[in-house]
Design a protein around this ligand. Structure first.
Ligand code: OAD
Length: 256
């Protein structure tokens, strides 16, 4: 077990006794599955592409084919990706605690592929599509063979199929926000994993947890605006840190 990635004894005790755990994940959670993050200075998506040209409703209106193709490439990249040991450790953690809310900003579905239950997706899911006008879901069969541009919506004549992800300037799905806010207010132990903690409302969730007296642990190779408020920060990757923490938790539970 890598000692530097161990939870301190008092925090492990708090995790062992927590009735409700909240885990917030961001793009760094998927990095070890080969999916680029957004804000890495060299490899991040927003270092290579302009978000206003690809991830806004205005960009889609101006050039739907360009936006569709960019998402099609990302969809293919995500489809090739596999969950890593960190995703699997969170599945185990969900089995070891009485209740765990997994809230993700990621749109790749890797938590679900690993086996996590009831994942709350704040920013949508890249595998799903919806109508650009009514926002009703559009099935994969309807999209068959449309890699170059979005097909028309089955619902309204002037609508197009678009990815069911949240773009800049759009509101988040209300149900997901309500679920996440409730989990933040209720949890007694919170993990913030692989997120720069810059994009709200996701970035507010650990702060809400703190206001309600929760413990906070951050897992991120780099410092973030949240770091100073965390009870413990791990400067390692999601997989290396989570595997150690979950094995500590398993040992604690089996020795009780
Ligand atoms: P960012 O790209 O902003 O941040 C990724 C974070 O992951 C950084 O803090 C990295 O240091 C960290 N990281 C990198 N590799 C890691 C690893 N192996 N293990 C753990 N952490 C690692 O991504 P998010 O914070 O998720 O929104 O970005 C938030 C939102 O901004 C995204 O959901 C997206 C984007 O615009 C929408 O698309 C609506």
């Amino acid at each position: 077990m890598t000692v530097e990635f161990k939870l301190t004894e008092p925090l492990l005790e708090r995790l062992g006794q927590a009735r409700h755990v909240m885990v917030l994940t961001g793009a760094g959670m998927s990095a070890e599955s080969g999916i680029p993050t957004f804000r890495d200075a060299q490899t991040g998506l927003w270092a290579k592409f302009k978000p206003e040209e690809l991830a806004t409703p205005e960009a889609f209106e101006l050039n739907p084919a360009r936006v569709w193709q960019w998402y099609e490439e990302r969809r293919q990249q995500v489809a090739r990706a596999q969950p890593h040991a960190g995703h699997r450790a969170l599945v185990k953690m969900q089995r070891l605690v009485p209740s765990l809310s997994l809230i993700t900003q990621n749109v790749d579905g890797l938590h679900q592929l690993a086996g996590s239950q009831d994942v709350c997706e704040l920013h949508g899911n890249i595998h799903r599509s919806k109508c650009s006008v009514t926002h009703r879901p559009i099935s994969r069969e309807w999209l068959a063979d449309s890699p170059h541009g979005p097909p028309h919506s089955p619902y309204v004549r002037h609508g197009l199929a678009r990815p069911d992800v949240v773009w800049f300037g759009e509101v988040l799905p209300q149900e997901a926000v309500d679920t996440a806010m409730a989990a933040a207010a209720r949890c007694t132990f919170c993990f913030s994993i692989g997120t720069t903690s810059l994009v709200h409302p996701a970035a507010s969730l650990p702060l809400i947890a703190l206001e309600h007296g929760s413990a906070l642990v951050e897992i991120n190779p780099s410092e973030t605006p949240l770091s100073l408020q965390a009870d413990q920060c791990f400067r390692g990757t999601a997989s290396e840190v989570l595997t150690v923490i979950v094995s500590q938790l398993r040992d604690l539970k089996t020795n009780r």
